[in-house]
Design a protein around this ligand. Structure first.
Ligand code: ATP
Length: 225
């Protein structure tokens, strides 16, 4: 469904991606791993349309995303879960879920959201400011599903979360995947990466240098830290 070919990117004069190729199939979860500065975030931002100084092909279900601004990419099903989670602190959980407009092709009903996220149902009247970090992450993911995304893009969703919450987010993303939603995530925590994803693209100096399965990624831990 998502296919990136020959992606190059620049910050000013400095080229930082040198022809990234990757693919995420329907219902598949894939990670981008690599050392700091390898180009993971830039790859994600280029796909979303937040970084525009790029060349190469970015296709979603056969549509060419390259000329489109982020909101039109969202209409085709790209669901960006922002790093700061973008929760409105003064609004309730339910308001956070229902206020953003449905834009994508596969919007979830509130009932479906609450059946997958019972914790959010329990807390639906609580203000965003009262949620734990893990609950905020859940809400950010749930909101993107509600808006109709068919593929979720996340940049280090476990950053700053305690191990138990990391585990919960992992379980949740596996369930999201089981619902046929694709997932592309940047991840430093390789144990988490192998829990959630099927394949891993190892980036180094702006290129994909290896595609790893779960047994191979465990061997890379020392190399990547
Ligand atoms: P990290 O985990 O540290 O975020 P990353 O793999 O996500 O690493 P990127 O953030 O994509 O890497 O950075 C790729 C390269 O682009 C790095 O050399 C970085 O210094 C450079 N870079 C990133 N953002 C900018 C920017 N706003 N201006 C100039 N250079 C940048």
């Amino acid at each position: 469904m998502l296919r990136v070919q020959g992606l190059k990117a620049w910050y000013g004069e400095a080229q930082v991606l040198f022809g990234v190729d990757l693919e995420v199939k329907e219902g598949e979860a894939v990670t981008l791993v690599g050392r700091n500065g390898a180009g993971k975030t830039t790859t994600l931002k280029s796909i979303i349309g937040l970084h525009r100084s790029v060349q190469g092909q970015i296709q979603l279900n056969g549509h060419d995303l390259s000329p489109l601004p982020p909101h039109l990419r969202a209409r085709l099903g790209l669901g960006w879960v922002p790093e700061d989670r973008g929760i409105y602190a003064s609004l309730s959980v339910e308001e956070n879920l229902i206020l953003p407009p449905v834009v994508g092709p596969e919007p979830w009903s509130l009932e479906r959201i609450y059946s997958l996220f019972p914790r959010l149902k329990e807390r639906r009247r609580h203000p965003g400011s009262k949620l734990s970090g893990g609950e905020q992450q859940m809400l950010a993911i749930a909101r993107v599903l509600r808006m109709g995304a068919s593929i979720l893009l996340l940049d280090e969703p476990t950053e700053g979360l305690a191990p138990l919450l990391v585990q919960q987010i992992g379980t949740l993303l596996s369930e999201v995947k089981a619902h046929g939603i694709s997932v592309l995530l940047v991840e430093q925590n390789l144990r988490f990466a192998s829990q959630v994803a099927d394949r891993h693209y190892l980036l180094s100096q702006g290129q994909v240098v290896e595609v790893l399965d779960n047994s191979q990624i465990a061997l890379k831990e020392r190399e990547l830290l």
